[in-house]
Write a protein that binds this ligand. Sequence first.
Ligand code: Z5A
Length: 214
Amino acid sequence: MSYLISFEGIEGCGKTTQLEMAAKFLRRSNIPILTTEEPGGTPLGDRIRKILLNRESFDICAEAELLLFVAARAQHVREVLQPALAKGQWILCDRFSDATMVYQGFARGIDEKWIKKLNDFATMSLKPRLTLLFDLPAETGLRRALQRMTNLPENSKEDRFEQEGLNFHENIRNGYLSLARREPDRFRIINAAEDITAIHKEVCRHLETLRKNS
Ligand code: Z5A
């Protein structure tokens, strides 16, 4: 049985750390897995990622931003995700369609109906079987993200979104929580303010449940 599992949350919530730990846990259990990220995961997606996340000297309007995220996703689904699912792999994906709903919808204010249509078009209606939402106050997440960023060279900083105010990131958190309330069967909300090991245990518990039910 193959599954798409997405890891979501605000900036600095620790999802990437947890995704890597979850990948090791599944490999130890001999489950065939693929780890990937959005935007990214393909040569086109990586180029789009650079445009979207690095600070550049030109502006990107909300509508163009939306179309670029969705273009990267369309390529990712066809080139990487569908073939991996066909091979029976479990995919751990660092962000997926929910991120667009929350960042471009809730936070940037683009009509949800548009985003849903574009997401369905890009993904051919592929949805994660399980979405782990790492929830924590925006202030804590931003502090972690900025701390990590200080150690990076200037030209590799993906900090266009970190430039947004605290209010923007609080909207993101509320947006995710509201999506989770709409689809309680798919989402698991995890307290990301806990320490790394405690969070990992909870992630493993959810993955085990999925495996037992498969
Ligand atoms: N975006 C969008 O707008 N629309 C879309 O459709 C998509 C994305 C797909 C890039 O996403 C941006 O793209 C993102 C949304 C937008 N912008 N924002 N904001 P990304 O996922 O690539 O980038 P990110 O959100 O900045 O994630 P990240 O850099 O991978 O960080 P993270 O996954 O949230 O956290 P981390 O790297 O695992 O941890 C951050 C630091 O905290 C690090 O130093 C860890 O060691 C530390 N950490 C982790 N866990 C803990 C705990 N439990 N306690 C203490 N410290 C911890």
